[in-house]
Write a protein that binds this ligand. Sequence first.
Ligand SMILES: *Cc1c(COP(=O)(O)O)cnc(C)c1O
Length: 494
Amino acid sequence: MTDDHLPTAPASAAGGHWDADEFRRHGYAVVDWIADYWRSLDGRQVAPAVDPGAVAAALPSAPPGTGEPFEAILADLDRVVAPALTHWQHPGFFGYFPANISGPSVLGDLVSAGLGVQGMLWATSPACTEVETVMLDWLAQLLDLPKRFRSGSPGGGVIQDSASSATLVATLAALHRVSEGRWRGTGVDGEYVVYTSSQGHSSIEKAARIAGLGDDGVRLVEADPDSLAMRPEALRAALAADRAAGRRPAIVVATIGTTSTTAIDPVEQIGRICAEYGVWLHVDAAYAGAAAVCPELRWTHAGLEWADSYCFDPHKWLLTGFDCDAFWVADRAGLVEALTVMPEYLRNAVTDAGAVIDYRDWQVPLGRRFRALKLWFVLRHYGAQGLQAHIRSAVAHAAWFADQVRADDRFELVAPAPFSLVCFRLREQSDEINSALLASVNASGHAFLTHTRVAGRFTLRLAVGAPRTERRHVADAWRLLADAATALLARDRR
Ligand SMILES: *Cc1c(COP(=O)(O)O)cnc(C)c1O
């Protein structure tokens, strides 16, 4: 190799390219650092109090002029970064939805970083594309998804960075289909409409905005007040009203496991209505989709054969680090037609022959990294049984917690809890008291929960899913909540 175009590296280790042995030494130190961090989690505050700007103030205001020793960088992880983290992998983390990881996932990501390949085309790294295709087929089997999503059918799967991107890509493919291709040529040529329930994810509105439909192009269909699932009759009424007004229904996004309370939309009934109106059905199962690795939870996916596209996030509840959203379409040709652009510098014989998958045509960016490696590591390390055990333990912990809530008259469950999220509040108490309850438990540092609003009322959410969470951590959270409730209610009476 000729290096004459490169500046000469200084003699010291800092400032120049590492040789293989230097990388090995520092790499082992980083793996040690991560292992020690994981081991330390139980003793850390889940979400430490940090003032805005504190982290930025601890960093130099200008980049270093000369390279620094790697040891100094690692030391600042402990000094600057770790104290200002919300510890998502903490066994007492019950906020939002989990973003759980695992050792095999981290190492798969490390290998991907080390390879540094760009998988935009099959030809730019055949393994990057083909491992991904097979992993998406494996996942489709693990979840028992409809056969039309497999690569051996007209459909297929791809990894997106997030469920938000999956929704955007589904919206674009739907626009292409409903406009019979005119959207691609001349842009949005009519008043297209996107439908989801009032409980649908915010990324659906964002996708509509990005696609040029505007907030006016979104219908939030009424949900049933008890189940919080989309009301099919309300969807039908909205579609009919828009049709009558000359607007063009483009896509319905149904949700399996809404973000607020894990409500499950009636996908089969919605699917029949979509078929009647010729509307694309996308099913967003970002968090709850992972549950379908367990046969006893597959009822939650009933009606999925009606979907034109489906996604879930292995990066939420399937032990695979962010970012990894698995997205399938029933008609890959339509998706590719909507998104493909072929500049001369990417032309190659296998693409021209139609012999391969080029995943750049399945997503918004051109470039993509080798994310399938972490899935490959995770699926092989855990196997179906290991993944099922992970889901089942979270579901059992949540069911135990829901039992405690049910058995304590002071509390009430606010929504059904079919997965590992429990929504609850202090019965007949104000939003202020419930909000104070949440703040008090989070201030303890031992547990971290977040909140939502259900029927306008402040509601606490406890989501189980961190791989190190054991029953004792859920029991601790319950004890903290019960004690804080006692203190708050006594104070309120005085
Ligand atoms: C979390 C979530 C999303 C967004 O997920 P990202 O992968 O972070 O974009 C979308 N839909 C639902 C139902 C979610 O719970």
